[in-house]
Design a protein around this ligand. Structure first.
Ligand SMILES: [Mg+2]
Length: 395
């Protein structure tokens, strides 16, 4: 039988792991990244020691402080995490030319062409794991399967710190409960559960059409590495909780502009284009709204994204006459290439790439748009940007 050949690699408790690597005194301690326990905002990563106390990412910092009062709370140094992430990806690229970055601490690798160099994919997976752990200094979990979905689900089993080989992917996925499957929405899940369908195989037997449309395309379909162009959910987002609720539109706008700026630079550095943008707001009563729209064409330009983001923000601010506690922005429909019509002007694209070059040489803060400058009044600014109270760096 053919060996599995899609490897999924995920760094365990990434942000916390980097902090422990930089300060070994934290080893074995409950480390919680995201902010101080008396602050607003949420946990972005909890070390496995902190998870034992029930702390998890996305939890309010105050709740985390109650659950784990002796936890070591850190604000997080996001530029250090991105640098570590890049070194991590570089190590992976030494083993296979086909590395696909899935998020800051996660990648897929195609090992199918490697059997002449490494007769056993199992040995190769172990070797990659050892190399990453020695050179980067963080622990990783790995899943080896026949498809991206299979490999990723295998990593979940492997966590923390192990490798899980999926020998029979179809069988494995059939026995999983539906909530484990990425891409099945909560709404669908509730309906299916109401019908008594909890596992993948029950769905396949009772509703083969739904199974065929949702799950079958993602699992093992032959010996070929799943194509890059298959529909996948991929997005990047940035959001921040304000130190105090804000009613002033200009100030909200400047936060959003800064987050769009960060996303634009990220896209340019990774040579990616976004097709859609979404803005998220959370009002002081914790009600949360999002609104999204397509961009005119796949783009990384700050100006193109900003135009849409501002329109979306204004729509959302009309929902309630309350101050905001959080604003966020997400880009979706990410592509590596684009086909655009010849009459589309790329002026703002060139401007954004030029600005990114300047930021690369002289620091992120070396050049800001006027609307971002308001932030300097409320936050410290260093070379790497505005030091927001809670910054999230998500996939
Ligand atoms: Mg991880």
């Amino acid at each position: 039988m053919r060996s599995p050949f899609v490897l999924h690699i995920d760094i365990d408790a990434f942000f916390a792991a980097v902090e422990v690597m930089l300060n070994p005194a934290l080893k074995g301690k409950p480390v919680i990244i995201g902010g101080m326990p008396d602050e607003r905002g949420v946990v972005s990563t909890a070390s496995y020691e902190a998870r034992k106390y029930g702390v998890h990412s996305g939890m309010a910092l105050r709740t985390a402080g109650q659950k784990c009062p002796h936890g070591i709370f850190l604000r997080g140094r996001f530029h250090v995490y991105s640098q570590t992430s890049e070194r991590f990806m570089d190590v992976l690229r030494r083993f296979s030319p086909r590395v696909e970055v899935a998020s800051i601490d996660e990648a897929y690798m195609d090992l199918s062409g490697m059997r002449y160099l490494y007769p056993s994919v199992y040995d190769l997976a172990h070797k990659i794991k050892r190399t990453v752990e020695q050179e980067i200094g963080v622990n990783v979990s790995m899943g080896l399967g026949f498809s991206r979905m299979g490999a990723k689900l295998a990593t979940e089993v492997a966590k923390p710190g192990n490798i899980f080989f999926l020998r029979d992917e179809k069988e494995f996925i059939s026995n999983l409960s539906l909530e484990k499957i990425p891409g099945i929405g909560r709404h669908t899940l509730v309906i299916l559960q109401g019908l008594g369908i909890k596992r993948v195989k029950e769905l396949r037997n009772a509703y083969p059409a739904i199974w065929k449309r949702t799950i079958a395309p993602h699992i093992y379909s032959g010996s070929r590495y799943p194509d890059r162009h298959e529909p996948r959910t991929k997005s990047f987002s940035r959001e921040t909780t304000f130190p105090e609720d804000i009613l002033d539109r200009d100030l909200i706008m400047s936060h959003l502009a800064y987050l769009v700026d960060r996303l634009s630079v990220y896209l340019i550095e990774h040579q990616l284009y976004a097709g859609r943008i979404e803005v998220k707001v959370r009002f002081s009563d914790f009600s949360t709204y999002t609104k999204r729209m397509s961009l005119d064409f796949p783009t990384y330009s700050y100006n193109n994204m900003w135009k849409r983001a501002l329109y979306l923000l204004d729509c959302l601010l009309k929902k309630k006459k309350l101050p905001l506690r959080l604003v966020g922005v997400k880009v979706e429909d990410i592509s590596h290439q684009r086909d655009i019509l010849p009459f589309v002007s790329l002026k703002t694209e060139k401007l954004s790439s030029g600005i990114t070059d300047v930021k690369k040489r002289f620091g992120f803060s070396s050049i800001f748009t006027a609307r971002e400058l308001l932030l300097e009044k409320i936050y410290p600014v260093d070379r790497d940007g505005v030091v927001l109270k809670t910054a999230s760096l998500t996939k």
